[in-house]
Design a protein around this ligand. Sequence first.
Ligand SMILES: Cc1cc2nc3c(=O)[nH]c(=O)nc-3n(C[C@H](O)[C@H](O)[C@H](O)COP(=O)(O)OP(=O)(O)OC[C@H]3O[C@@H](n4cnc5c(N)ncnc54)[C@H](O)[C@@H]3O)c2cc1C
Length: 388
Amino acid sequence: MAAETVAKAGHRIVIVEQMPSPARKFLMAGRSGLNLTHSEPQEHLLDRYGLARPWLHDALTSFSAQDTIAWANSLGQPCFTGTSGRIFPKSMKASPLLRAWLARLETLGVTLRTRTKWIGWNTTTLTLETPNGPETLVASAVILATGGASWPRLGTDGHWTHALPPETIAPFRPANCGFTTTLPPELHTEYAGHPLKRIALTFSGQTTRGDLMLTPDRLEGNPLYLLSAPLRNTIEHTGTATLHLDLRPDLTPEAAQERLAATRPRESLANRLRKAYRLDPLHRALLRTALPKNTPDTTIATTIKALPITLTAPAPIDRAISTAGGLRQSALTPDFMLIGRPGTFAAGEMLDWEAPTGGYLLQACLATGKAAGQAAIQWLAQTNRETS
Ligand SMILES: Cc1cc2nc3c(=O)[nH]c(=O)nc-3n(C[C@H](O)[C@H](O)[C@H](O)COP(=O)(O)OP(=O)(O)OC[C@H]3O[C@@H](n4cnc5c(N)ncnc54)[C@H](O)[C@@H]3O)c2cc1C
């Protein structure tokens, strides 16, 4: 987005990408449906960036969700709004959008150099590692968009942090990730890959809904990712975090009590749970972890609505969807220029903000890319330098 913005202003652009092909994480994001942005009112959308809201406010206001939709449309990818309010291209995939985007960049004269790694500066020139050995590159302005540190095999290895002063970087932490639990390991093994459908999760006053999945060593799923920042922060401070799982969110607590009371007490508990709540074996196995034998019906019904699950650690950073941490706001001017390196700008997930899944990640990457591009154009005009 930064390259597109600056190239449209008539400057010559070289994109340096260390992988053999560009945008591998963007393509990966499209594997399960490319969620480009969100349709909720702008004020709510801004709130998703938490403490970074004031920092990102101007960029997200200048390039809003509507602008993202219009931009995708201009690349031949009309969008639709899903039932959850999330916005996707109709094709659901990233590849058609990326193909059209790369073609547009080529038309704008942008050069893409793959297998080329930026490793730092030699005073003012950029130093690169290329298949033909080390090289330098002189540029009148530079925009860094080297991403976070999750999924390093897609190119986002976070090594760029070595090229910048350590005090300008907040350590990377996993975001939008699964968690290890204190559930019995055999339960993880037996039910790995089984979904927990249409549940609600509550932590620290926030409730999310959707499907969860047990894996051999973690609990995963969108409703958990949405709570991952407060869960991770609590684990960092206290060692564990306990969330509450509502197995039947559409039942009121009273209805949950009545349904169990309507079953025959002489039947096995498994049968009563199946009949009262249509609980499947995974639900029942989870309940057993929280209910000692001969638990009274009232407690069982309460637990159906608030089953405690204790989490002990977030997934490792390389398995997280995104990362918190990166280049600190204090290291940048309000228009994303590195204070210590005039003429160098930064955008995207490499900046120290985080947001839940829901299209907020790509929305902020596109918006900060646009803002950094516009700031670079202004800087070039002020310093009257032409790109080379
Ligand atoms: C499985 C998965 C699903 C996702 N789904 C969604 C979704 O549906 N919606 C959403 O909003 N977000 C989603 N995301 C997150 C989203 O993909 C990222 O937030 C976004 O791609 C970040 O964009 P970026 O341009 O800042 O960095 P990246 O897309 O990470 O790109 C950075 C690029 O810089 C290159 N690079 C790094 N260091 C160097 C260097 N030193 N020299 C040269 N090149 C370098 C990397 O190879 C990479 O190509 C998903 C992520 C994952 C992993």
